[in-house]
Design a protein around this ligand. Sequence first.
Ligand code: TYD
Length: 143
Amino acid sequence: MFYTGELTDRVSFIELPVIEDQRGDLTFLEGQRHVPFDIARVYFLYNVPTDAERGGHAHHELHQVLFALSGSFRVTLDDGRSKCEVFLRHPRQGLLIKSMVWREMDLFSQGAVLMVVASLRYDEADYIRDYEQFLRIAAEKSI
Ligand code: TYD
């Protein structure tokens, strides 16, 4: 995993623990311990075509942590002021994305699995799917 550009203060990395033995590696996560919220929802993306683009939205309130359980993909992040790119490729390394960050995911490797741990249950009203609207709200909130 590496990033280019400036990571905003609304995005950070999380490294999960691992228990290694001859039978394989075991990694776990608990809400309020390894991720900074109670876990309300988990979802995962798989069978993603290598030319697919996912995301393309921000959230009013939702915090999420993304993991590349298998393979790799790129995440482009934008808090309305600066942008950065992150390549996720290790199952133990999570990307915490707080609310009000525009995200796009692409360059999925063959067989990539993206798992998301989320702070809220699914609610379409929490999505901001229009980029210009996102920029307006981000500008208002930073005043
Ligand atoms: P969306 O969040 O737009 O996908 P992505 O950001 O990964 O490209 O969700 C795609 C569709 O799935 C949309 O119709 C909403 C639905 N959905 C749920 O019903 N529950 C969920 O938890 C999520 C994440 C999506």
